[in-house]
Write a protein that binds this ligand. Structure first.
Ligand code: NAP
Length: 291
């Protein structure tokens, strides 16, 4: 598909800093900002290795290292995420305090769908801290990313033509990271505040339906093997996945198995003025990843 044209920059605003720009969502936000023609900073742990990207100035920013918080000086708007596996109290909440102290006006935070109901997740703690911060905030409460299928589950599909997840017959309202990033870019460029967006795709699919889409796209049968929770953890460990991550995934797919991951909202359509990217399109766009 043709890359979407992001909204034009509002020249009345100051500098944007994008965290996590070497990762899935931050990287896509950086690419879309670059296409929009604005100048912005990417806050990364190793700026010397960040690839050349028009408009992007890499600065050292490590959320776990307060000596790097100078990256926030002069910043008006910040894209923030909770890096998986980090300690939210030690590594993320201080960034918000420092952002407020150093004059940042708006924080766009990558959260998860249902964060307001699942109070134990780190994302809700970040949201609550932002609500109390005096900053303008935008929460992107995203559903399960399609890009997990080209990321963490890529080799199952590429090498074994298998979708190996313990999600039973539950439905998931997959969202494409490109849509999440487009909503983030819109929020950053318009300077939106005090908004929580529930971002899902336009359909909720079972994993056997996902496997059928991949079978058609790749021209080879891809099977959804639907392992039991126990078999999933055992087999993941045998394939080199660390036990804590296997258990984390088990919890995540149990949500789908219980039928709690299928909520479809219309917010991507409302905010972007076009339908969300469908899984079939995603599979075609990234087909090479599984060949
Ligand atoms: N996967 C899903 O389906 C899904 C759905 C909804 C929400 N989410 C949420 O999305 C977030 C993950 O986003 P993602 O998939 O884009 O992550 P990702 O691809 O794993 O990338 C993580 C990014 O964080 C950076 N990072 C790690 N530790 C850091 C630190 N101490 N200081 C600064 N940057 C640091 C990494 O940089 P380095 O290159 O330096 O390591 C990398 O750029 C999580 O909070 C997750 O819960 C995920």
């Amino acid at each position: 598909m043709t890359p979407e044209q992001p909204p034009q920059a509002d020249a009345g605003h100051g500098t944007i800093l994008v965290m996590g720009a070497t990762g899935t969502v931050g990287g896509e936000i950086a690419r879309q900002l670059s296409r929009s023609g604005v100048q912005f900073r990417v806050g990364v742990r190793r700026p010397e290795t960040f690839p050349e990207l028009a408009g992007a100035a890499p600065v050292r920013f490590d959320a776990a290292d307060p000596s790097s918080y100078g990256a926030l000086d002069g910043v008006d708007r910040l894209f923030l995420l909770w890096p998986p596996g980090t300690d939210v109290r030690r590594d993320v909440l201080p960034v918000i305090d420092q952002a407020a102290a150093r004059g940042v006006r708006q924080v766009v935070f990558l959260s998860i769908l249902g964060a307001e109901r699942i109070r134990v997740v780190p994302h809700r703690r970040v949201e609550e801290h932002l609500e109390r911060s005096g900053l303008d905030w935008v929460f992107l409460r995203a559903s399960y990313f399609m890009q997990n299928l080209s990321g963490v589950h890529r080799d199952d599909i590429r090498l074994r033509r298998e979708i190996f997840l313990p999600a039973g017959g539950g439905r998931t309202s997959f969202v494409d990271v490109r849509d999440v990033a487009a909503v983030a870019v819109r929020a950053l460029l318009t300077g939106e505040g005090q908004a929580a967006h529930n971002l899902t795709g336009g359909e909720a699919l079972r994993y056997d339906e996902v496997a059928s889409i991949f079978s058609v796209t790749l021209g080879q049968r891809v099977e959804y093997t639907n392992p039991s929770p126990w078999h999933f953890v055992q087999q993941s460990r045998a394939r080199g996945v660390a036990t804590p991550f296997a258990l984390f995934m088990l919890a995540e797919y149990t949500v789908a198995r219980l039928g709690l991951a299928g909520e479809v909202t219309g917010e991507v359509q409302t905010l972007l003025g076009r339908p969300p990217i469908r899984l079939r399109q995603f599979a075609e766009d990234f087909r090479e990843a599984w060949l």
